[in-house]
Design a protein around this ligand. Structure first.
Ligand SMILES: [Zn+2]
Length: 85
């Protein structure tokens, strides 16, 4: 019972957090370095104090980051990206 639960949990974890394909503004994201189409998704808080200091208030928020699963190139998005697979 417990074992089955953990196997199911691990399977769902992999599906939710493993590398996937993403769309930004309706366009599928491909790595600009190696053209791979699978990424690890992450989120980064942009440096609020620094952004305010330079008056970059538009940048004063969190960003979506997609890290290429093959070459590791990090792609930054200021808007939400949608996972499609
Ligand atoms: Zn890449």
């Amino acid at each position: 019972m417990a074992k089955g639960f953990f196997q199911l949990f691990a399977k769902n974890m992999k599906k939710s957090f493993g590398p996937g394909q993403y769309q930004a503004n309706g366009i599928q994201v491909t790595c600009i370095h190696c053209q791979y189409d699978r990424f690890e998704q992450g989120q980064a808080q942009l440096n609020t104090a620094l952004a305010t200091f330079f008056n970059f208030d538009f940048a004063n928020r969190s960003a979506m980051i997609l890290t290429c699963h093959r070459c590791g190139y990090i792609h930054w998005f200021g808007k939400k990206v949608r996972r499609i697979d």
